[in-house]
Design a protein around this ligand. Structure first.
Ligand code: DOR
Ligand code: ZN
Length: 340
């Protein structure tokens, strides 16, 4: 039986810039109604001019009225209320990176002194601008996210009216925070729902599964699956699809990021099917929860999938996707937009 998904949203997406943007943008805009666009360009998107110009370049590359890029600004502690008020209508959220924690995050926050961040975060709270956070310390790689939990707790209690989205969570410790603080939410990727560290490094090293945060233990994946498959109202799908050129992945010194945009919906359909989760929950995880959390109303787009094997291409314009050359169980059969 075909499966339909309405208005899918990707609440964490890297679209990059220039040639890469043009090469991969349609992989998202064809099948999603909208996406939260990450600001970690070089230099990061941290001014109104840069943000508006980047959005224009995205609109040019996607060239699709049925796809909305929801823009984010790269968090700087120096942002004041006047600046934030002036940019509020152009952005959907602000993304905070700890300095140096991942690709192009060197200009992020170092030290995590909440008092130093207070003016900017209070202004965001007053203006109702959500804060998206890459929650990792610079500790031991498997413990970085769990170590960040106390920072999430400090932020959530210090700014109770600020919506804080724990991005791409990978651990049970992050899942446990969701029910502890009313203002904490989370995105979850498809790769963290499918793989563990064993898939990355348990056999031959798999560079195309290497990302930050690194995939964790089976019990962490189980905790993620539990909230995703039950469509916990505070979790949303966010692919963290992060394309890098093949040469940067298949290299001595592999760039972090898994490229899933072209197969995300198919893999989600397969996961919810094999785990006996309902279609209603898939719909909520992939669209409804995000619309409620962010208060957004994207353009309708109906994706029909069918349980027919799809052979994942070896690359999309030089970017190798997850499961390249492998068969996955679901294919996209039809895409209907209000324009079509
Ligand atoms: O693996 C990752 N890649 N994690 C991130 O947080 C950033 C991303 C990228 O931009 O390549
Ligand atoms: Zn990301």
């Amino acid at each position: 039986m075909p499966l339909t998904i309405n208005t899918p949203l990707d609440m964490h997406l890297h679209l990059r810039d220039e040639a890469m943007l043009h090469n991969i943008a349609k992989a998202s805009s064809d099948t999603f109604s909208g996406a939260i666009i990450m600001p970690n360009l070089v230099p990061p998107v941290s001014s109104k001019e840069a943000l508006i110009a980047y959005k224009q370049r995205i609109l040019l590359a996607t060239n699709d009225n049925s796809f909305t890029p929801y823009m984010t600004l790269f968090f700087k502690p120096s942002y004041d209320k006047i600046f934030l008020a002036s940019i509020k209508d152009e952005i959907t959220a602000i993304k905070l990176y700890p300095a140096g924690i991942t690709t192009n995050s060197e200009e992020g926050v170092s030290g995590f002194d909440i008092e130093a961040l207070r003016p900017a975060l209070e202004a965001m709270s007053d203006l109702e601008i959500p804060l998206c956070v890459h929650g990792e310390t610079n500790g031991f790689v498997m413990d970085r996210e769990a170590e960040f939990a106390s920072i999430y707790e400090d932020l959530a209690s210090a700014f109770p009216n600020l919506k804080i989205i724990m991005e791409h969570i990978t651990t049970k410790s992050s899942v446990d925070l969701l029910d502890k603080y009313p203002n904490l939410y989370a995105t979850i990727t498809i790769h963290h729902l499918l793989i563990t560290l064993d898939d990355v490094a348990g056999g031959m090293l798999q560079p195309h599964l290497f990302c930050k945060p690194i995939a964790k233990r089976p019990e962490d994946r189980d905790a993620l699956r539990k909230v995703a498959l039950s469509a916990h109202p505070k979790v949303m799908f966010g692919s963290d699809s992060a394309p890098h050129p093949k040469e940067a992945k298949e290299a001595c010194g592999c760039a972090a990021g898994v490229f899933t945009a072209p197969i995300a919906l198919q893999l989600l359909a397969e996961l919810f099917d094999t785990q006996d989760a309902s279609q209603e929950n898939l719909q909520a995880f992939i669209s409804g929860n995000a619309q409620a959390i962010y208060g957004i109303a994207p353009t309708d787009k109906v994706i029909t999938l069918e349980k027919t094997p799809f052979k994942v291409p070896s690359d999309y314009n030089g970017v190798v996707p997850m499961y390249a050359n492998e068969e996955i169980a679901y294919s996209i059969k039809e895409i209907q937009t209000s324009q079509s």
